[in-house]
Design a protein around this ligand. Structure first.
Ligand code: AMP
Length: 330
């Protein structure tokens, strides 16, 4: 079984883009691999979250992933800061990391352009901590989106460098986990682009039925096709795409035929889409709300996950310390 490691951001609610674009794959993947999923709360510190909300955010994210289907009996699910061994590995790796290569990282350049008032060292060393997250469990594979590919490439570079310097074959060169056809882009309902938190167009797993209906009914449409088989405008193609992802196949086909025959009534289609979204989301939402209330369960999941992750981390750290020449005084 391959070892797979994936970080999860520690703030924000999950929307249908996160669910169908990433989580559904994670849920499948956990049964086929030895998976470590961690909530990246150390990484979130680059933007200085309020200490009063940090823990609550982590708890909410954990409940959402559990409610959506990550299974702590199958995968190792833990909070990054519960396994501080990762910071030691990050420190050790940083000794062989050059400031120049960190400064050239695209995400770093992006961040300092957008937030010139907050160029902290944590931002600069972000890729080293990320490499430590991955190498801590000597991961074979890492599911990454386009924006994270460079970080994974750097992780491989750090691993190779470590192996070369110390003349060992210790760290693997972690490869991207590719989902093939499973990688889908969930569109937004505001006419253009994808669904996203920062786009402000999310349909969230914890949205109640009323707000789902209201969001879907507000979806941007056009004045309708004027001739059979007319190419779709982007807003309409987005609604169809969402329906294709979420509704039964024959429902999607029914409305596609209506469109192609110029008989479509967007209002009816949106009503149907809203109901199909509710069918998918509402059981997940109910589970999330139940889990959120169950502090004992959440604590147990986090504690047991940390124990499993720690065992793996401590083994790596002990090897790395030995390779680098640290030994206990006897
Ligand atoms: P983010 O919410 O941007 O931090 O993304 C978390 C994960 O969800 C990443 O793996 C993204 O690729 C995925 N994701 C976010 N939005 C979408 C979307 N609209 N369609 C597909 N995947 C998405």
């Amino acid at each position: 079984m391959e070892k797979v490691v994936s970080g999860i951001r520690s703030t924000g609610n999950l929307h249908l883009g996160n669910y169908f674009g990433a989580l559904v794959n994670f849920i499948k993947m956990q049964h086929e691999n030895n998976c470590f999923f961690f909530i990246a709360d150390y990484h979130s510190l680059t933007t200085h979250p309020d200490p009063k909300t940090l823990n609550g955010n982590v708890r909410n994210v954990l409940s959402e992933y559990l409610g959506a289907g990550l299974d702590p009996d199958v995968a190792t699910l833990y909070v990054q800061s519960d396994v501080p061994e990762v910071t030691e590995l990050s420190l050790l790796l940083s000794m062989h990391t050059y400031v120049g290569e960190l400064e050239r990282t695209t995400s770093f350049k992006d961040k300092i352009r957008k937030h010139p008032d907050n160029v902290n060292a944590g931002l600069l060393t972000y890729p080293v901590l990320m490499a430590a997250d991955i190498l801590l469990h000597r991961a074979d594979r890492v599911p990454v989106g386009k924006d994270q590919e460079q970080h994974l490439e750097m992780t491989r570079k750090f691993a190779r460098r470590f192996n070369t310097i110390y003349g060992v074959d210790y760290f693997p060169e972690s490869q991207p986990y590719t989902f093939g056809k499973g990688l889908i882009k969930v569109p937004g309902l505001d006419g253009t682009g994808k669904m996203g938190k920062s786009e402000g167009n999310g349909l969230y797993l914890i949205d109640d039925d009323k707000s789902i209906r209201s969001k879907v009914m507000k979806a941007v449409t056009d004045s309708g096709p004027t001739k059979p088989e007319e190419p779709m405008t982007e807003p309409i193609s987005n609604i169809f795409k969402l329906m294709e992802i979420i509704s039964p196949e024959d429902t999607h086909k029914f409305y596609l035929d209506k469109y192609n025959n110029c008989e479509i009534r967007y209002g009816d289609m949106k009503k149907q889409l809203a109901e199909d979204i509710i069918t998918t989301i509402s059981p997940i939402r109910e589970r999330i709300l139940e889990i959120r209330k169950d502090t004992d369960y959440l604590n147990k999941v986090a504690r047991e996950g940390a124990e499993k992750a720690k065992a793996s981390a401590q083994k790596t750290l002990s090897d790395v310390r030995e390779i680098m020449g640290f030994s206990k005084f006897k």
